[in-house]
Design a protein around this ligand. Structure first.
Ligand SMILES: Cc1cc2nc3c(=O)[nH]c(=O)nc-3n(C[C@H](O)[C@H](O)[C@H](O)COP(=O)(O)OP(=O)(O)OC[C@H]3O[C@@H](n4cnc5c(N)ncnc54)[C@H](O)[C@@H]3O)c2cc1C
Length: 416
């Protein structure tokens, strides 16, 4: 059985948000980490990413200076009519920071990715600086022996392998999971526009609302695929939009989310959308589109010396805006479980990880799928406390105490 050492030699496959945060967490908690990224540079795409407090608090504890990314601090969620933009509901986030310890940040993905990478490699942060090997695409893992083979011929052996290789993870199947996904009913565009240009052209400036705003065609009780999700990031200088539409419109099959699309395609897909938003679409740049896929929960989160996290193991619909922060929870958990506070073997630690993370991530995954076609399922609007127990509450998500959960679960498993 693999034993835990005080300072493990850890390999992290994938340098996205999950992999970089895991690297940072393992480093802080005393381990030596090498990150393997398939591309030359683990670049992120231009779009916003809302970072709820369950992620923000953990990044703060890991020493990540989130304010360096010039985040927008979100104040509310706004629901609007699809066709005329009339406000139909406001969820005021109130004193969110007081309730949950940190603000609800809206970040630019490129900025948070760059910052995590900088922190992982930094000489100044706690622990041994991580090593980054780019152009290292992992092809296969030997879970029992902790070995990885790469496309470039390199081979590595580690005490622990953290696979954060994203939604199309190769590692997921290699540890025994059958592929279990189907094309969703929805496709999505994303695009950006600059507030400076919005103002110069006299268009509607939504950045000043400091909100996530939704133009949704559905009505309470009815489902609706069409949805525009708009939010500002980068000090309000950039506004980002995700625009969902029925896949029956073009049955797009492209798997990536970096496929170019034109202004005409974007505007033409939503002919009856609020004209104020259509005017903004005309000045949008970085327009991309992709098909969404629905993954069912995967059975095996770990095997031998290999553990999965982030989109590699719980890919979810984007409609709760919780995929990255759930990955951040996973990443923190891996470091904390193998911190000096405990003395778990690798086997017990990974069993504990799965026991803690799987129920929570699966619950968020299911709620994200419901929220795909029903905005009223989105946290904030989803539930008053003690409403339908299937629904997520903002408190269970944003106020989650991961350390308590880990300790309580370890006691239940009889390993603490
Ligand atoms: C439209 C949309 C909006 C979203 N908005 C939010 C939001 O507001 N808030 C939020 O919390 N979440 C949001 N999410 C979810 C979030 O983007 C993802 O959950 C998160 O980025 C997953 O990170 P990851 O590191 O697991 O995967 P990825 O970001 O996919 O990273 C995987 C990394 O692994 C590398 N890699 C892959 N295979 C290999 C290999 N074989 N060898 C080496 N390297 C490899 C890749 O190059 C990449 O760098 C959104 C998602 C979408 C689609």
């Amino acid at each position: 059985m693999p034993e835990k050492k005080d300072c493990m030699n850890v390999g992290v496959i994938g340098g996205g948000i999950a992999g970089l945060t895991a690297a940072l967490s393992l480093r802080k908690f005393g381990h030596e980490v090498t990150i393997y990224e398939r591309y030359h540079y683990a670049g992120e795409v231009g779009a916003s990413l809302s970072c709820a407090s369950n992620g923000g608090r953990l990044l703060k504890e890991l020493g990540v200076p989130l304010l360096d990314t010039k985040p927008v601090i979100l104040k509310k969620l706004i629901k609007r009519n699809f066709q005329d933009g009339e406000t139909t509901g406001v969820y005021d986030l109130g004193d969110y920071e007081k309730s949950f310890g940190v603000p609800y940040y809206n970040l630019h993905r490129v900025d948070i990715h760059d910052l995590l990478l900088k922190c992982a490699l930094s000489e100044e942060m706690e622990g041994i600086p991580c090593k980054l090997l780019v152009d290292h695409k992992a092809l296969s893992v030997d879970a029992e022996n902790g070995k990885v083979k790469f496309e470039n011929g390199y081979e590595a052996a580690h005490d622990l392998i953290v696979a954060a290789d994203g939604i199309r993870s190769l590692t997921r199947e290699q540890i025994g999971n059958e592929p279990n996904f189907t094309p969703s009913t929805s496709c999505c565009f994303r695009c950006l526009f600059d507030t400076k240009e919005v103002l110069a052209r006299g268009l509607t400036d939504y950045s000043k609302n400091e909100a996530i705003e939704y133009w949704w065609r559905g009505t309470p009780g009815l489902s609706g695929i069409d949805k525009i999700v708009m939010s500002p990031c980068k000090n309000g200088e950039v506004v980002s939009c995700y625009c969902f539409y029925p896949s029956s419109k073009n049955d797009l099959r492209m798997g990536g989310w970096n496929d170019e699309a034109s202004t005409e395609e974007l505007c033409g897909t939503f002919p009856d959308l609020d004209p104020k938003v259509l005017d903004l679409f005309k000045i949008a740049y970085d327009i991309k589109q992709w098909r969404l896929y629905v993954h069912q929960p995967y059975e095996h989160w770990q095997k031998g010396k290999v553990v999965l996290l982030g989109d590699a193991i719980h890919p979810m619909m984007p409609d709760q805006s919780l995929g990255a922060v759930t990955a951040i929870e996973d990443a923190f958990a891996i470091g904390y479980i193998f911190s000096k506070e405990f003395n778990f073997s690798v086997e017990d630690g990974l069993r504990l990880y799965q026991e803690v993370r799987k129920p929570r991530a699966t619950r968020i995954q299911a709620a994200s799928l419901r929220a795909r076609e029903n905005l009223n399922e989105r946290i904030g609007w989803s539930s008053k406390e003690n409403d339908n127990p299937d629904k997520l509450t903002i408190t269970e998500i944003c106020g989650y105490d991961i350390k308590e959960d880990i300790k309580n679960t370890a006691m239940k498993l009889g390993i603490l």
